[in-house]
Design a protein around this ligand. Structure first.
Ligand code: BJ8
Length: 426
């Protein structure tokens, strides 16, 4: 990291020794996964810089915001309405982590056989490893899956937690429940920040977050072209950074990258040959720095053209209408937008199936890889529905179950290569 931030980390309570372990991992993995790619767009420079400063500059910005009286609110799910946090002058940061550090500490309060994402965030908090977590004044939990829901009870021993009840179905009464949860969240955020949310502040915040989502959608749509102008790994990185970077800066940088990609498309300048197999990845979110499976796929000769995941399309595919004239209408619009997210915690979850079929068509995909974290019941079980629907549409599917370890990389690579050979494009 360019500057010495140790004093800052220490002052916010980070355990420097554990944190060093994490920071030592990142540059080697990043170099191997990202800097080894050929013909990367120049606009990726900004995102490389963000990663090089992942626990530096951005944390410094959060600390400055706090010193000026602002609040930092952490989230673990794309159901947390960041528009509301921003409208009250707060900063919302995604806290999910894609690396196993602090597992021994986490296993003191959690069962061993639990999804790595939950184990990781608990390990981060108990081990005081993550400066984002340590910067949070409050975290927002949700009742999506059972593991997370119960883990938040334990987490509340260490940090202030506000729970949102996310419904399990999408009927009218579920919509009403969710609408009232969003309204309660607004009141909570107002109280917590001491700032009243006004029609103007909420409208502006909706516009800002829509701007970010539209830039992400623009990036996504550029990948419908063949040859793909950017790798799936780079797009995943951008989607991961979207969860915590400064909103207007991120949007401007991403739009500049998209301008460059538009030129690439006109010039037929791709990151892979047009004959390369085009793959869609779907499943559980891949939190930073979990790049394992995308790296395997793209070093096996394929290119990923879309991520039907929360670190992907589910985060940005819908926006909130900007025309509402009262905060009440805006809360309605926000609640509806979020309830359109196709998380496997819903039953039924037809929207996800329809989305996968239309994505395969629109992105001219040759196959779909379903990637679930181990012990994630919602996605592991829903893989059966995905398989059934894709079979009906003759879309090839490979199912992978994995965790944050490296041990299964060889085995996954063999399976991915066999899949690519089977779809006849390798
Ligand atoms: S909207 S996918 S971000 S809940 S991987 S913790 S589901 S056992 S992350 Fe998610 Fe929100 Fe849904 Fe998206 Fe549980 Fe599965 Fe672990 Fe998961």
């Amino acid at each position: 990291m360019a500057n010495d931030y140790r004093q800052m980390w220490e002052s916010i309570g980070v355990d420097l020794e554990a944190h060093d372990q994490l920071l030592n991992l990142l540059p080697t993995t990043y170099g191997k996964v990202y800097m080894s790619q050929e013909n990367r767009p120049e606009g990726m420079e900004y995102f490389d810089f963000v990663i090089s400063e992942v626990h530096g500059l951005r944390i410094q910005e959060l600390q400055e915001h706090k010193a000026a009286g602002g609040k930092v609110i952490g989230a673990f799910c794309v159901f947390v309405p960041e528009e509301i946090v921003r409208a009250a002058g707060g900063i919302c940061v995604g806290l999910c982590s894609g690396v196993e550090i602090g597992a021994a500490k986490a296993e003191k309060v959690l069962p061993r056989n639990i999804c790595p994402l939950i184990k990781s965030f608990m390990g981060f908090k108990l081990g005081k490893v993550c400066p984002y977590f340590e910067s949070c004044d409050m975290v927002v939990g949700e009742t999506t899956c059972d593991g997370k829901k119960k883990a938040f009870e334990i987490l509340s021993d260490y940090v202030s937690v506000h729970m949102m009840e996310t419904p399990q179905m999408k009927r009218e009464k579920d919509k009403q429940l969710w609408r009232s949860e969003v309204q309660d969240f607004l009141v909570k955020v107002e109280e917590f920040t001491g700032n009243k949310i006004t029609v103007d502040s909420l409208r502006q915040s909706i516009k800002d977050i829509n701007g970010k989502r539209r830039a992400l959608l623009r990036l996504s749509e550029l990948r419908q072209n063949n040859p793909a102008p950017i790798s799936g790994k780079d797009c995943l990185l951008i989607e991961q950074i979207a969860m915590y970077d400064d909103v207007p800066r991120f949007t401007a940088q991403l739009n500049a990258l998209c301008d460059e990609l538009e030129i690439r498309v006109k010039e037929d300048n791709g990151v892979a040959e047009s004959a390369a197999p085009r793959i869609i990845v779907t499943g559980t979110p891949m939190a930073l720095p979990n790049w394992k499976v995308p790296h395997i796929i793209e070093t096996s000769g394929a290119v990923i053209v879309a991520e039907e995941m929360c670190t992907g399309l589910r985060y940005f595919e819908n926006t909130v209408p900007e025309e509402a004239e009262t905060t009440g209408q805006m809360v309605d619009d926000i609640a509806s937008r979020y309830l359109n997210i196709n998380c496997a915690c819903f039953t039924p979850n037809e929207g996800r199936m329809e989305k996968l079929v239309s994505l395969a068509r629109d992105y001219k995909a040759d196959g779909i890889i379903h990637c679930s974290l181990a012990f994630c019941d919602p996605y592991l079980v829903e893989a059966n529905r995905v398989e059934k629907v894709l079979k009906e549409h003759n879309i090839p599917l490979l199912k992978i179950e994995t965790d944050y370890g490296r041990e299964d990389s060889g085995q996954i690579k063999t399976r991915v290569e066999a899949f690519l050979e089977m779809i006849g494009k390798k």
